[in-house]
Ligand binder design. Structure first.
Ligand code: UDP
Ligand code: MG
Length: 208
């Protein structure tokens, strides 16, 4: 499908998008699974799509792998193409886009290409010490080959830095448009989901 056609079909469908943002280890993936179960959204993790792209042996694979290992942000066109493709192939009209946009350029390019404005941004606010603890723990439980090779202390520190410098400005942008729904993410997953439910209640239960 041509680029313009892809964007057009998503627009025609009036696809609803919620961006799920927060630092590495803030609980985005865990809470997205809960939202999918109760509110009928489809979860698209930009990081998971990029990791799948590496595994598929794509020509960009090595570049993506190196950038992830350094905690750097993969060029927008790569990530946006994967997100757009996943939305079209899936066919749902409600998506949680997790871990994207990671910088202002990602954000502007996504808007430009898809013409989609998010309904709102779900922001998981969590102190760095707590996120670090969770990431290191995750890497211990899911030890190689399942553990992620960016969940080591050097890469984690780089990811925190990129989050503060590049991703927080995206959240600021949406604050200025009154589109941020902030949740205190430094609590148990169940407690966090209680807050999340309140935010999504207007979307109604699944299948309704
Ligand atoms: N990444 C990227 N662009 C994206 C999403 C992810 O470049 O839109 C890369 C980036 O290098 C990031 C890594 O993938 O550090 C892991 O992202 P993921 O969202 O899976 O990690 P999380 O923040 O959830 O721990
Ligand atoms: Mg994640």
């Amino acid at each position: 499908m041509a680029k313009e056609e892809a964007a057009g079909s998503l627009r025609e469908k009036n696809v609803k998008v919620v961006f799920v943002l927060g630092g590495p280890g803030s609980g985005k993936g865990t809470q997205c699974a809960n939202i999918v179960r109760d509110f009928g959204f489809t979860h698209l993790s930009a990081g998971d799509l990029l990791r799948a792209e590496i595994k598929s042996g794509s020509e960009n694979g090595t570049m993506i792998q190196n950038m992830i290992k350094e905690g750097k942000i993969v060029p927008s066109e790569v990530t946006i193409r994967l997100l757009e493709k996943a939305m079209i192939e899936n066919g749902n009209d409600k998506f949680l886009i997790d871990g994207f946009p990671r910088n202002e350029e990602n954000r502007a390019a996504f808007e430009e290409v898809t013409k989609i404005e998010p309904e709102f941004v779900l922001f998981f606010d969590c102190p760095e010490e707590e996120m670090e603890k969770r990431l290191l723990n995750r890497n211990q439980v899911l030890s190689s080959p399942h553990g992620r090779d960016d969940d080591n202390i050097e890469t984690i520190r780089k990811r925190f830095k990129v989050f503060l410098e590049s991703s927080l400005p995206v959240i600021e942008h949406y604050y200025s448009k009154a589109k941020v729904r902030k949740v205190d993410a430094a609590r148990s997953a169940d407690e966090v989901f209680e807050s999340v439910k309140g935010i999504f209640s207007s979307f109604g239960p699944k299948d309704s």
